[in-house]
Design a protein around this ligand. Structure first.
Ligand code: UD1
Length: 350
């Protein structure tokens, strides 16, 4: 079997890591295509290096642009790649513009498509990712779902027959890295358990200067030190609108985005997480840290139902929410057993 993975953005490299590892343990051929959606060293290369992912076989170098320009450039470049490799499966990941481009190119060329992390829904059509998810699920031939909730969403949309519950590959990689870095705290000017880890990058939180200024102010006044891992969009939007990230009182410790192992170290050493990232909400949960999510909804509803994650758009609530302690009782494990990638390979082979 020959499988061609299409990736392009940071969260997809994390999901690719356990898949590439699972393929390496078989005789199947695995081709990696990088669209180039993310291109900064710390948004791309470090993930391949740290997570021991083989270098991409094809790098399209598409880069940034409006949704249409970016997705269109990927589509235009994909035909020749698929034509050359003629895979048995095209495997697309998650919900980015690279996902949609990979799926759309493949179906137009009558190549079977598998969607990893299928069935997630925010039911918020303002999010570009929600369109990418829905369109990719409906175009794909097999839907590899991470959770029962995702399976239920797919069934509700008439896609039950194509759906398979494989578990979440992010659990595979998160637990593997956690075990490797457990006793190695990240070098930060704060004590373990004293600080919060924060990331903000969604258009709904960064594009409106008033909302953005409110979030930055809220993070600076949360009552404990905040390690803010600044996505390029956050840095660019703050610069554009004259919003200062560095604070004289040191309340915001601003750093560039971290590589995956350092991110896991940062979360393990923290008192909790404040974010609008889907992946980080779940990593906080998997690593046993409370999370406050600056969004009105989440795809990872299990984190909220179990009390580990609280959604809010009201930054004035941050000091209270960030000071809360972890729920008591046993943490449920709705995200699989850490062996999802093997199931993905087996499902495709079957
Ligand atoms: C994309 C995904 C989002 C995912 C996120 C993870 C879509 C629609 N969105 O959003 O689902 O959560 O990746 O980060 O695909 N930039 C750089 N260097 C880079 C990459 C981006 O400077 O290496 C800047 C550019 O100014 C770019 C902006 O960040 O225009 C946004 O990048 P883009 O890939 O369009 O979207 P993300 O916000 O990263």
């Amino acid at each position: 079997m020959k499988v061609l993975s299409v990736v392009g953005a940071r969260p997809q490299f994390v999901k690719l890591a356990p898949i590439a590892e699972a393929f390496a343990a078989t005789d199947h051929e695995h081709v990696i295509v990088h669209t180039g959606q993310h291109y900064d060293k710390n948004m791309s290369d470090v993930f391949f290096a740290d997570l021991r992912i083989p270098a991409p076989d094809v790098h399209m170098g598409i880069g940034s642009g409006s949704h249409g320009v970016q997705t269109g450039a990927m589509l235009a470049a994909m035909d020749a790649v698929l034509d050359e490799h003629k895979p048995d499966w095209v495997l697309v990941y998650g919900d980015t513009n690279s996902t949609l481009a990979g799926a759309l190119s493949a179906v137009k060329m009558h190549l079977p498509v598998a969607h990893l992390e299928a069935g997630l829904r925010s039911f918020n059509r303002r999010m570009p990712e929600e369109h990418n998810r829905v369109l990719t699920d409906h175009a794909s031939d097999i839907l590899l779902a991470p959770t029962q909730v995702a399976m239920d969403h797919l069934a509700n949309e008439g896609l039950k027959d194509k759906s398979r519950l494989v578990g979440d590959v992010m659990t595979d990689v998160c637990f593997r890295v956690r075990d490797a870095v457990q006793d190695k705290p990240l070098d930060l000017p704060f004590k373990q358990g004293e600080y919060l880890v924060a990331t903000i990058h969604r258009p709904d939180n960064t594009d409106d200067p008033e909302i953005l200024a409110g979030i930055v102010e809220g993070l600076a006044n949360v009552g404990r030190p905040v390690v803010l891992l600044a996505h390029p969009r956050l840095v660019a939007k703050c610069a554009e609108h004259g919003i200062k990230l560095e604070r004289p009182d040191g309340s915001l410790h601003v750093r560039e985005p971290l590589a995956y192992p350092e991110m896991v170290q940062a979360v393990i050493g923290s008192a909790g997480v404040v974010t609008d990232s889907g992946g980080l909400q779940k990593e906080a949960f998997l690593l046993g840290r409370v999370c406050t999510t600056l969004r009105p909804e989440t795809e990872w509803v299990e984190t909220v139902e179990s009390g580990w994650n609280v959604l809010t758009s009201d930054v004035s609530k941050l000091p209270e929410l960030a000071a809360r302690t972890a729920p008591t009782g046993e943490r449920p494990m709705p995200y699989g057993d850490g062996h999802a990638a093997g199931r993905v390979v087996a499902t495709l082979a079957e």
